[in-house]
Design a protein around this ligand. Structure first.
Ligand SMILES: Cc1cc2nc3c(=O)[nH]c(=O)nc-3n(C[C@H](O)[C@H](O)[C@H](O)COP(=O)(O)O)c2cc1C
Length: 189
């Protein structure tokens, strides 16, 4: 069994980034071997505070840390908020980076996608996400850039992307992620 955590930067019910991750999950379900995509959102995580951490991490944080540390990989999809990642996503990554040098993200393959209704698909956030992930000790997965512009108009009828250009890009992202986990190379998918 391979487990991939699907972390959205958006809390919005009709989020295009949530839809992108649901599309990743649908693609994973169609693959021949056992791969589970588990959704994670920044909702419910308190603001990072070293004093809180020192007293013992809250249950919601411990659950998120456990989910990521036991997963094989993470796929993030995020909007751009004022040219940066949303604060909730940064807060989540900060919690997942702890304790320093031994956090849930340490050595974890993480792939990054962005989506927005705008033309550039939130692409400007990707270098920032890469930098933060690297600082947190993650292994940023190399793949063709996935920045889905004009995303609302490209959504399919069931709230997932059926646009062939988007699904082909996500296929490539998934292959690269599984390769980074070692599973694709071992012929497990
Ligand atoms: C506070 C805020 C700032 C935003 N800043 C940007 C931005 O800098 N660039 C951009 O392309 N879209 C920006 N947007 C629009 C978002 O891309 C859009 O709301 C998008 O649908 C959010 O992603 P979601 O559908 O996954 O929730 C911003 C939206 C909000 C609420």
């Amino acid at each position: 069994m391979t487990t991939i955590v699907l972390l959205s930067g958006s809390l919005r019910r009709d989020s295009v980034n949530g839809a992108l991750l649901m599309t990743v999950r649908a693609i994973l379900e169609r693959r021949p071997r056992d791969i589970t995509g588990t959704l994670l959102t920044p909702a419910g995580l308190p603001l990072f505070d070293e004093d809180v951490e020192a007293q013992g991490v809250p249950k919601s944080v411990a659950a998120a840390q456990e989910l990521v540390s036991t997963a094989d990989a993470v796929v993030i999809s995020s909007p751009s908020y004022n040219g940066s990642m949303p604060g909730g996503l940064k807060n989540t990554l900060d919690w997942l980076s702890r304790p320093w040098g031994a956090g849930a993200l340490t050595g974890k393959p993480v792939a990054v996608a962005t989506a927005s209704p705008g033309r550039r698909g939130g692409a400007e956030v990707q270098p920032e996400l890469h930098r933060v992930l690297e600082r947190a000790g993650a292994l940023v997965v190399e793949h063709g850039r996935v920045a889905v512009g004009n995303a609302v108009a490209r959504l399919g009828p069931r709230g997932i992307f059926t646009d062939p250009a988007v699904t082909a890009a996500l296929d490539g992202l998934i292959d690269a992620t599984l390769t980074a986990t070692g599973h694709l190379a071992r012929g497990a998918v």
